[in-house]
Ligand binder design. Structure first.
Ligand code: GLN
Length: 548
């Protein structure tokens, strides 16, 4: 069994002698699902026994998305090595069940930063530093590094943005150069939209033709076109696109709207996307892999036996992408429990004493989400109180766990002014306090406690029941922590730390043993939930919400 898990997590053996590079570009509009197409293709190649990784190149100037407000860019996904990355990396991990790292997400800011640092060191020996070749060389270096370091069979590189954007030009130019340099080892997939005009009842290919033209202007001929569409494409439409875009008709792939992203790999297999790619590389195709575990999950997900209502209390709920990994973790955990988790997105600022009973009365489980700053904090604390007093399963994640600790201190330990020093620097009861090593840090970018840290779990706890083991590693992204000065007081009153970092003694998990299911975690379990390995805490929480 151990070998099995190890094997799943380390699919790094290669079948091919050289790495093949696949680029995925997008045209016509953004949000067509390049990330899902990339992840689906990766899944299909992985199911054929190849080692695959996916990389995202983001054209913005931030060094990483860590400093971006979630309203700007959705969730910031954290990897084991502590990189703050684009949320597409979450999809890659959930589909492939293989961890990603800093190397899998590169931004223009990061590229320029390293080129400028080299320039300051004098590494360019007096040369004029330019976009071509210096910036494009640095982009190439980072793409190739991912392939050679881990000897992957395939590196799929998704280029953010839409062709024609000023910001993505250096990336498209890099693809042109790599196609020229590596020839047969490079392939370009271009994803576009074929809109349906209801007035004339027609699907339109002109936007696709135009966007392929802009790729051609940049010197890149796509090898495969994936056409996003609401309606089935006819043979005529495919033939037209093939003719206008110099692409074999077999390489025109339909990507029709589906009810769940997890269906896309199956649809792509039906359309033969992986076959077309292998043929184009001159590699043997063989039989279609069965995707048994995947289809089994899909079947359970699409045919739930029951529905359970769970409230997600957060302050960025207007943009559900801000909690992408949490939402997906509930998809995985729901399927394991043969149920559909219906998430009720509740704005923490909208909760008050008057409406809380009404707002949460049909709810079977309460999650308090991660977050930063004091806005909405009191609503979160009220939601914890409601869950604790009404014996409703409660799951607090990062700031959610901190809210649980504050609520307990105020209402059970009777320290009415208890708080986190993040919310109130002068609180007489800083039950959540800034970590010692954070006190002197001034820069905001990449300076939190980030990435995977070990956690030892106490037996006889809900967490131990869920994990079935004493040792785990979970990913972090925070500056504040449970204040150990108050540990004894909490334990005596019934809130117990049951997960600890063995080296630093930081509290990782708290529970109320007398409650039906009340668990707060300082880490982010949602980053590690995948289709094949749903996260045990989410599975256990959902199970508790189903119990009478
Ligand atoms: N703001 C809190 C901290 O920095 C919680 C962070 C989070 O929820 N990710 O500790």
């Amino acid at each position: 069994m151990y070998f099995c898990t190890y094997f799943f997590n380390n699919l790094n053996f290669s079948k091919l002698s050289t790495t093949r590079y696949i680029f995925v570009t997008g045209g016509v509009t953004s949000s067509l699902g390049k990330g899902i197409i990339s992840a689906s293709l990766a899944k299909l190649l992985q199911a054929r026994g190849f080692s695959v990784t996916i990389q995202k190149l983001d054209p913005y100037l931030n060094v990483d998305p860590g400093t971006l407000n979630p309203y700007e860019h959705g969730e910031c996904f954290v990897t084991d090595d502590g990189a703050e990355t684009d949320l597409d990396l979450g999809h890659y991990e959930r589909f492939l069940n293989v961890p990603t790292s800093q190397g899998n997400n590169v931004t223009t800011g990061r590229i320029y930063k390293s080129v400028i640092e080299k320039e300051r060191k004098g590494d360019f020996l007096g040369k004029t530093v330019q976009i071509i070749p210096h910036i494009t060389d640095e982009i190439k270096r980072r793409i190739k590094l991912l392939g050679t370091k881990n000897k992957y069979d395939f590196v799929i590189t998704e280029i953010g943005g839409t062709v024609g954007d000023i910001e993505s030009l250096p990336y498209i130019e890099t693809v042109r150069q790599l196609k020229w340099e590596l020839g047969q080892s490079v392939l370009v997939i271009h994803l576009t939209l074929v809109p349906y005009l209801s007035a004339s009842g027609e699907l339109k290919t002109k936007p696709t033709q135009h966007s392929v033209k802009s790729l051609l202007e940049a010197g890149v001929q796509p090898d495969v076109l994936v056409l996003r569409t609401e309606r089935e494409l006819t043979e005529d439409i495919r033939a037209k696109v093939a003719l206008f875009c110099n692409v074999n008709i077999k390489n025109v792939i339909q990507s029709i709207d589906v009810s769940t992203i997890y269906e896309v790999p199956v649809k792509m297999q039906d359309e033969g996307l992986d076959k077309v790619v292998l043929e184009k590389f001159g590699l043997p195709v063989g039989k279609n892999p069965e995707l048994k575990a995947w289809k089994n999950f899909l079947n359970k997900y699409k045919n739930p036996e029951k529905v359970v209502d769970i409230a997600l209390i957060g302050k960025y709920v207007e943009l559900q992408d801000a909690y992408k990994s949490i939402a997906e973790s509930f998809v995985h955990a729901g399927a394991v429990n043969n149920c559909k988790v219906k998430l009720h997105w509740i704005h923490s600022e909208s909760i008050n004493k008057k409406n809380i009973d009404e707002t949460l009365k049909e709810i079977k489980g309460i999650v308090v989400a991660p977050g930063f700053g004091h806005r909405g904090m009191e609503g979160k604390i009220m939601a914890v109180k409601y869950a604790r007093e009404n014996n409703i399963p409660f799951f607090g994640i990062c700031l959610g766990m901190q809210a649980a600790v504050i609520e307990f201190a105020r209402n059970v330990l009777n320290h009415a002014k208890a708080n986190s020093s993040e919310m109130d620097e002068k609180t007489p009861y800083p039950v959540i306090d800034i970590m010692e090593e954070q006190k002197t840090i001034l820069e905001k970018g990449g300076t939190m406690r980030l990435g995977a840290y070990p956690c030892i779990i106490t037996k006889n706890s809900k967490a131990y029941e869920a994990y079935g083991k004493e040792h785990t590693e979970e990913r972090h992204r925070h500056r504040y922590e449970f204040n150990n000065k108050f540990t004894d007081e909490f334990i005596k009153a019934g809130m117990v730390p049951v997960g600890m970092n063995p080296e630093t003694n930081l509290v990782e998990i708290v529970e109320i043993p007398s409650h039906k299911w009340f668990v707060g975690v300082q880490f982010h379990p949602e980053y590690k939930s995948t289709v094949i390995n749903p996260h045990p805490l989410f599975v256990s929480f959902v199970k508790a919400t189903l119990e009478p």
